[in-house]
Design a protein around this ligand. Structure first.
Ligand code: ZN
Length: 166
């Protein structure tokens, strides 16, 4: 009987301990969430405070050397940011331009023996530009109203005759 009593007591203690740990976990998780939320709100207010201090400093309504230093740092970072955004926009605006029809003869020169030509093009025709996927994909094209030259939809001037097409 002594052994069974001891076993029963141990099992009960185990259940109590599991319950204790579960409740502790629940409480700490909830409190951690509340701590994070207060931290987030405080950061937001500090950011707002900084923005207002910046505005006041720039408007000349306050003149604090340490704020002037921070405001200058912000301006420099903004300048760098805008330069990078410009660079990004330029790269994003880059368009693949199909080579002019005059490139056909140079392709023919790459084929060494003329009677093999009919079977070689599918295998050996190299991509004409640096990016073969762009070359093989059919881009949206438009025709020049003056000379009929095919060009990318985004072109503003005809590469062939210079006619404005946008
Ligand atoms: Zn044209």
């Amino acid at each position: 009987m002594g052994f069974l009593d001891q076993l029963s007591k141990t099992l009960t203690q185990g259940v109590d301990r599991a319950k204790f740990e579960a409740e502790k976990f629940q409480k700490t998780t909830r409190l951690q969430g509340e701590v994070n939320e207060f931290r987030r709100q405080m950061d937001g207010k500090l950011m707002e405070l900084g923005q207002r201090a910046y505005d006041l400093q720039r408007a000349g309504q306050i003149n604090v050397p340490s704020l002037a230093e921070l405001a200058t740092a912000v301006d420099q970072l903004r300048g760098a940011l805008m330069a990078k955004e410009e660079e990004l926009k330029l790269i994003q605006g880059d368009q693949w331009i199909d080579p002019a029809p005059t490139s056909a003869p140079s392709q023919a020169q790459n084929v060494p023996i003329s009677y093999e030509a009919p079977e070689t093009p599918p295998a050996s025709t190299p991509p004409v530009g640096p990016t073969s996927p762009a070359a093989s994909a059919t881009p949206v094209q438009k025709a020049c109203g003056s000379c009929g030259f095919q060009m990318p939809q985004t072109a503003m001037f005809c590469p062939n005759c210079g006619n404005r097409v946008a």
